[in-house]
Structure formats: structure tokens, C-alpha cells
Design a protein around this ligand. Structure first.
Ligand code: IFM
Length: 444
């Protein structure tokens, strides 16, 4: 099996890329980076499989040149990567780390030398510990801290990046980390989650304003969207699924594109939001140039007794990835249409992440990851159909280039198109990588 599309199936200017993030691949122990809340979260027993952390990860910090060679040889147009706040500013504020700035400087030059467009994400989850100590995303000052960090980094590299995203996955930064407790800082508290929701949105808007004022363009943000399906046909299940959708999806699209939180979210968080939150909504809705969608799966939702949000996830019947996530490509097509119709209009949309963890086996120096190829084919078919219907979707980024640190799952779940041996650090392209390589090859 191979990837069953060609560049000609998409518009001439449609871009294909790969995505990664700093903490998941770089090796946080190298290059003078400051401690982050993921380091202490991982050092706390029970939070991460095998108590693994990102200290070494894929050692992209030293192996970045050969990793960029892989992206170029794979015929990808864009590399979506993130910068680590604590690598740039070890204390989160104050004196920058020259080694950190130099690293991103040469990484970006390395992309340009290879004809790859650099798509920078400013925050992909590793908050400097010094700021976590001050309350992290619960502290309203974080909007200014984040904006200042954005300006420091962009003053150094902003002249050469193709695009800049503020935040990767608002829901994960806030709800997953402060209400469900699955990610750093591991809180399970509705008030903490409510504050984190508002402050991460405000940080996005404040930084977008500052970067725009400094003359930077092609600014966007990345939303992870999850299809919410009622577990059965009862009104109670429909209602629970609508609540899940409000918390997961509309909680962030609503404020950024319409200056408003959905009612079904306010039902649970209004009394916990900071005083005067309404005054921040116009900053949060500072115009962006594009919208990124990360899409992986759907959830079946049923009502549950107890306080807000009074819902539970139910196991679904569809085939699942190694994360236990149902494979539901239709959800991607539906989101592309819905986001364009309801929120973004003509603004370019990018599928900034899509991919699967699979139980890969290395044989003969490669991995025949047919399941991953089928996943990409099914989701790319949805993107193609949406584009044909006139949705302004302008690019698709596969998650991920490399097997990497999958957060609370440690190194167990492999999402890469390139296999990484976490002892030797050897990279071995899988069949899916070769599939993209041939599908994306341009005629000489
Ligand atoms: O690995 C993560 C990534 O950091 C953010 N989006 C989802 C991926 C798979 O879980």
C-alpha cells in the first residue's frame, strides 16, 4: 500500500509539511535551557509512563541537520516546529540564553538553505518552571510574559520565518492540564481550568497584537478539534455531546473569531473567570492571518451524574489507533467546513497536525506502517474533498516527522514517519515517509 494522492490533486499553492515540537524532540538537557513544568511533572511518580522526560528525547538539538535533510529529501514544503520558551528565556523572563537563540537561528537558516519554509510555533507546552512557580497559566500576568517572550524570539528570527503560531492547542494547555490533570501542571480544578482558558486566550491575543505592531505578518493560532458524537439518540446524550463540543472546540474558536465564549461553557466556568474578563475579549479576538486545525479522532459522549460538565466518554466501535483513539476521517472534513462556515470565512485554513500512533515493528531496517498510510490516505481524501467544495484549506502537515516523547505516554507511542531507536538515536524512514516522498516528488 502507498499514499494514493499526487500534488496535482491539490491546488498549485497547496503546501505539505511535517510537524514536531521542541520538548518532544530536542533534548531539553542540552544548550542551557531552563527547567520547565514538564520536567517536574515527569519527575513526579505516576504522571508519565516509566517517569520518562524530554531531557534527551530524539537529541534533535545535535542532530538537527540530518533531521532537516530528511524533511527536504521527503519533498515536504514546510517544517512546523516549535521553540521552547525556557530555551530562549531560562527563567521565563529576563536575560535570554544566547545558546538558545543561536540554536533557533541556525535551525531556521538550515531550513532556508534546504528550501523548506519555517513555520514557527511559540508555545507547545513546556512552561518555564519559574513562571509555573508564580501560578503559570492561572496568573493573569502570563499574557504579558508570553508576549515579551514572543517579541524576544521574533526580534532574532522573525525576519526569516514563513509563519508564526502563538499557541499550540488551547484545550490541552488549559482543560487537559488544569481540569483533567493529564498534562503539566496536573491540576484537577474547575477554577484553575477556567483561569487557564481565559489567560491562554489572552496571551494569544496580546502576543498577536505585539507582533503585528512590530511589523510581523502571517500570524495564526492552532486549535485541536475533536468530533463529539452523542453516545445514543437520547436528548441527554445529545446535550452532553454539545457540552463536550463547547468545552473542546467552541471554547477557543468562539473567543478568537467571535469575541464570545459559548453558553454551554459559561454554564460551568462563568463564576470562576477573572473579574472583568469581558474587557479582554477584543484583545483575544485580534485578527489573525490563518487558522490551524489539529485533528485526530472523535469521542462518543454520554451524560454522567455529578457536577459540570456531567459527561463521560464511552468506548466507540470504530477501529482504533495505538492511543485507543477511534479512526474517524469524516470528522476532519466536517470540521474544515464548519470552521470555515462559522468562524473563519475566507481565512486560509491549515491542517497543522494529523497522524496516528501505531504498533510499529522494525524489520529489515524499516517499518511497513500500512495502517498509518491508510490513515493518511483517508484523512487526505477528506481534505481534498473539502478543498474541492471551496473550503480555503491551504496545507496539510503530518504529525510527526519522528517518533518522539508523547507526553504522559513517554516514548511508548510512536507517531513518526521516521522510526527512532531511543538508545542509538538512529533514524530509519518508515514506508509512510517513502509514500509522502514519492507522492510529493515534483517532475524534474
Ligand atoms: O504529540 C501530540 C502533540 O504534541 C500535540 N498534538 C497531538 C499529538 C499527538 O498526541
Amino acid at each position: 500500500m502507498t499514499l494514493d494522492f499526487r500534488r496535482a490533486d491539490f491546488a498549485e499553492d497547496f503546501l505539505f509539511g511535517v510537524s514536531t515540537s521542541a520538548y518532544q524532540i530536542e533534548g531539553h538537557a542540552y544548550g542551557g535551557a531552563g527547567s520547565t513544568h514538564w520536567d517536574s511533572f515527569a519527575a513526579t511518580p505516576g504522571n508519565v509512563a516509566n517517569a520518562e522526560d524530554g531531557a534527551r528525547a530524539c537529541d534533535h538539538y545535535h542532530l538537527w541537520e540530518s533531521d532537516l535533510d530528511l524533511i527536504a529529501a521527503g519533498n515536504f514544503d514546510v517544517y512546523r516546529f516549535s521553540a521552547s520558551w525556557a530555551r530562549v528565556l531560562p527563567e521565563g523572563r529576563g536575560t535570554p540564553n544566547p545558546e538558545g537563540l543561536d540554536f533557533y537561528d541556525r535551525l531556521i537558516d538550515g531550513m532556508l538553505d534546504r528550501g523548506i519554509k519555517p513555520a514557527l510555533t511559540l508555545y507547545h507546552w513546556e512552561l518555564p518552571s519559574a513562571l509555573a512557580d508564580l501560578g503559570g497559566w492561572r496568573n493573569p500576568d502570563i499574557a504579558k510574559w508570553f508576549s515579551d517572550y514572543a517579541e524576544v524570539l521574533m526580534a532574532r528570527v522573525g525576519d526569516r520565518v514563513w509563519s508564526t503560531a502563538t499557541i499550540n492547542e488551547f484545550w490541552c494547555v488549559s482543560w487537559l492540564s488544569h481540569f483533567l490533570g493529564h498534562h503539566a501542571p496536573g491540576l484537577r480544578d474547575i477554577r484553575a481550568a477556567s483561569r487557564a482558558i481565559h489567560h491562554v486566550l489572552l496571551a494569544h491575543g496580546t502576543a498577536t497584537q505585539a507582533l503585528r505592531a512590530a511589523g510581523f505578518g502571517n500570524l495564526g493560532a492552532v486549535f485541536n478539534l475533536e468530533h463529539s458524537t452523542p453516545a445514543d439518540a437520547t436528548p441527554a446524550a445529545q446535550d452532553a455531546a454539545a457540552r463536550y463540543d463547547a468545552i473542546y472546540n467552541e471554547a477557543f474558536l468562539g473567543p478568537v473569531f467571535h469575541q464570545s465564549y459559548p453558553e454551554r461553557l459559561l454554564d460551568g466556568i462563568a463564576s470562576h473567570l477573572p473579574d472583568g474578563w469581558q474587557d479582554d475579549m477584543s484583545t483575544i479576538a485580534t485578527p489573525v492571518d490563518w487558522c490551524g486545525i489539529n485533528y485526530y479522532t472523535r469521542k462518543l459522549i454520554a451524560p454522567a451524574p455529578g457536577p459540570y460538565p456531567s459527561l463521560r466518554e464511552v468506548e466507540g466501535p470504530l477501529p482504533k489507533t495505538n492511543m485507543g483513539w477511534e479512526i474517524y476521517p469524516e470528522g476532519l472534513g466536517q470540521f474544515l467546513r464548519r470552521v470555515a462556515d462559522r468562524f473563519t470565512g475566507d481565512l486560509p485554513l491549515y491542517v497543522t497536525e494529523n497522524g496516528m500512533a501505531a504498533p510499529d515493528t522494525l524489520a529489515g531496517g524499516t517499518v511497513a506502517d500500512e495502517d498509518r498510510i491508510a490513515y493518511f490516505n483517508a484523512h487526505l481524501a477528506e481534505v481534498r474533498a473539502a478543498a474541492r467544495d471551496g473550503v480555503p484549506v491551504k496545507g496539510y502537515f503530518a504529525w510527526s516527522l519522528l517518533d518522539n516523547y508523547e507526553w504522559a505516554f513517554g516514548y511508548d507511542k510512536r507517531f513518526g514517519m521516521v522510526h527512532v531507536d531511543f538508545d542509538s538515536l538512529e533514524r530509519r524512514p518508515k514506508a509512510s515517509y517513502h509514500g509522502f516522498q514519492s507522492a510529493l516528488r515534483r517532475a524534474p
